[in-house]
Design a protein around this ligand. Structure first.
Ligand code: HEC
Ligand code: HEC
Length: 222
């Protein structure tokens, strides 16, 4: 116990020294101290273990916004995300089976238990739809395309549902969804087999315009 405390104290002082030196260096270079200091504060993993869900979640805020409501455009809002999907996708990022540009590196730093804590924290936050411009005519066309090809699995236009698993499409950032659909289309991100059948059918019938219409429809959902 005492040994552990000493170790902690050493870590803490190492961090403060680290902070002091980076702050000093930053001053010399006349750069703002905050970004330079951030990595030093995030470094010691031992201090993080056993941390509260909110503390863990704060590391995500820089990209996913406060409490998971992203300021956009290419980072998804994760407030209100379904807990099971959250854990599943984070594990996929960590073991490299889920396609990612950034999250694969980030997910490597967390245990299963921390994924669960983060999942329940973000599932409990309020989803706020992104304020985005959209073309009403395209959105109307997109509503029909969604009903025909996607609604079966993404009920109510891809909104958050009370008692089924869901993925947030309605009110999610358009650029994020656009990149995601492009990754699905190119095969970079693998689709579930049954979704692939529908998605490919939709693209064959409606072309890229169908994708644009769907994106306008999701952006129109508040
Ligand atoms: C440097 C920016 C950045 C940070 C920090 C970050 N994320 Fe992400 N996150 C992204 C991006 C970008 C994506 C889209 C996937 C990709 O390209 O990596 C994403 C995707 C996700 C998704 C999938 C969302 C979906 O709808 O499929 C989850 C869940 C997630 N992040 C959770 C987290 C958690 C939890 C943290 C903190 C431990 C975190 N992220 C930190 C940028 C970030
Ligand atoms: C047979 C069921 C099914 C159908 C039909 C379906 N999807 Fe999906 N969709 C899924 C599942 C399951 C996932 C989660 C995939 C994963 O875990 O990576 C998903 C994920 C997604 C995502 C990623 C969400 C995120 O947060 O990253 C998007 C976007 C999406 N679907 C769009 C569509 C569109 C557009 C259509 C219609 C053309 C469609 N889906 C039809 C089952 C379906």
């Amino acid at each position: 116990m005492a040994k552990k405390l000493i170790k902690l104290a050493l870590l803490v002082s190492a961090v403060s020294i680290g902070l002091a030196t980076t702050a000093f260096a930053a001053k010399e270079e006349a750069k703002p101290a905050a970004p330079a200091a951030a990595p030093a504060a995030a470094a010691p993993v031992e201090l993080v273990s056993g941390a509260s869900a909110r503390m863990l979640a704060e590391t995500c805020a820089g990209c996913h916004g406060t409490d998971g409501v992203s300021g956009g455009p290419a980072t998804p809002t994760i407030a209100g995300l379904h807990g099971e999907y959250f854990v599943e996708v984070m594990k996929g990022y960590r073991d490299g089976t889920a396609y990612a540009t950034i999250m694969n590196r980030i997910a490597k730093g967390y245990t299963d238990e921390e994924f669960s804590k983060l999942a329940s924290f973000f599932a409990g936050q309020k989803f706020v739809p992104a304020e985005q411009k959209f073309d009403q005519k395209l959105a109307d066309a997109g509503a029909k395309i969604h009903d025909k090809w996607c609604e079966k699995c993404h009920a109510e236009g891809g909104k958050i549902l009370a008692d089924e698993e869901y993925y947030i499409l309605a009110g999610q950032w358009t650029p994020y969804l656009k990149y995601t659909l492009e990754d699905f289309k190119s095969g970079a991100r693998e689709m579930p087999k049954k979704m692939k059948e529908k998605f490919d059918g939709m693209v064959k019938k409606e072309g890229d315009k169908g994708v644009d219409a769907l994106l306008s429809y999701y952006a129109s959902q508040k």
